[in-house]
Design a binder for this molecule. Structure first.
Ligand code: SF4
Length: 329
């Protein structure tokens, strides 16, 4: 872990439902290493299909799940052994944006109340007029006019407005990191680009890093600096986002990329390559490359779990096809 580490997944494993007959449980995420630096605001995409472990990763980063192996460390401190003050800072500095964020809020609460709650919790405003000023400021930052949204209820707003209000709510807290789990998947295609631009501005204008969880490689390509491709809980390819998406090397990444509609690679990817649930294997049954039963290049050594090799364009790939390139850094 570097001195400038913001959030660090240190060899993190998450398994569910272990019992005496199956002590390892079902593994959702395995030996994940990922570091988000404090001194380089960046957008890191975590991409994969249903069952890949990406939402588990988001929940671990938000402290909603305790890992069964390894540690999640925020500013040098394990999330699960923080003091009360450290936990409070972490809760303010790491914010979440979900697919349908208003689904978790009371539909009878107005936008004002949604924005005032964190201000009260974290004592952000000195007076009522200061609170109003802060609300207007963050709404302006996400391109909304206060008089158009304050006093309204969630059902009176469009999907794009709701998501921008949630971004505004995050901004009130001046976070260092936002974990965004499929933030644009329920938004009309016409509004998606607008929200993605706002998310990018968070990095560029406010120095906020983003963990962008998505099944959509096209949007990942549009906004991310780095990408991790997850398959059944393991990172199979990691590197610069445009390199991985434009020159995918792992056979699974190639399969994902091939399902992006052509000829317009910028177009939002609607194709899904679903992972059958029976492929969510118990921990005891995870030896070897987990993609080997679907891989057109599978060979006998794929029965042993591959290390990471240089993919040839700067990415790291967990696949024996690249063994001759040597081990990845
Ligand atoms: Fe295919 Fe083997 Fe590479 Fe796995 S390690 S992706 S089975 S070639």
């Amino acid at each position: 872990m570097s001195a400038e580490s913001l959030l660090h997944f240190d060899n993190v494993t998450m398994a569910f439902g272990g019992n005496r007959r199956n002590p390892d449980g079902v593994v959702a995420l395995e030996n994940l290493d990922l570091e988000i630096r404090a001194d380089e605001p960046s957008i890191i995409a975590i991409a994969g299909e249903s069952g890949s472990g990406k939402s588990t990763l988001a929940r671990l980063g938000l402290g909603m799940l305790k890992p069964t192996g390894g540690r999640v460390i925020y500013k040098g401190q394990d999330l699960w052994s923080m003091s009360g003050d450290q936990r409070r800072d972490y809760r303010r500095e790491v914010q979440a944006i979900f697919q349908d964020p208003f689904a978790v809020y009371n539909p009878f609460y107005t936008v004002d109340r949604l924005l005032r709650t964190p201000m009260r919790t974290f004592k952000l405003a000195k007076s009522k007029s200061h609170a109003r000023e802060l609300m207007e400021d963050v709404l302006d930052k996400v391109g909304l006019r206060a008089n158009e949204v304050l006093g309204r209820y969630p059902h009176q707003l469009s999907g794009g407005q709701r998501q921008r209000i949630v971004v505004a709510r995050s901004l009130l807290l001046q976070p260092h990191l936002i974990v965004a789990d499929e933030p644009v998947s329920m938004i009309d295609a016409s509004l998606r680009a607008n929200i993605l631009t706002k998310l990018k501005e968070l990095r560029d204008e406010f120095g906020i890093s983003l963990l962008y969880i998505t099944h959509d490689l096209a949007t990942a390509n549009q906004i991310s600096d780095k990408i991790l491709i997850l398959y059944r809980g393991r990172v199979v390819e990691v590197g610069d986002a445009s390199t991985v998406i434009q020159r995918p090397q792992h056979p699974y990444t190639q399969l994902l990329v091939s399902s992006i509609p052509r000829p317009d690679p910028e177009k939002t990817w609607e194709g899904r390559v679903e992972i059958p649930l029976e492929e969510l294997t118990p921990g005891a049954d995870r030896a070897g490359c987990l993609f080997r039963h679907r891989c057109p290049h599978a060979m006998p050594e794929c029965e042993i779990t591959p290390d990471y090799y240089e993919g040839g364009y700067g990415q790291s790939v967990a696949c024996y096809l690249y063994r001759e390139n040597g081990a990845a850094n």
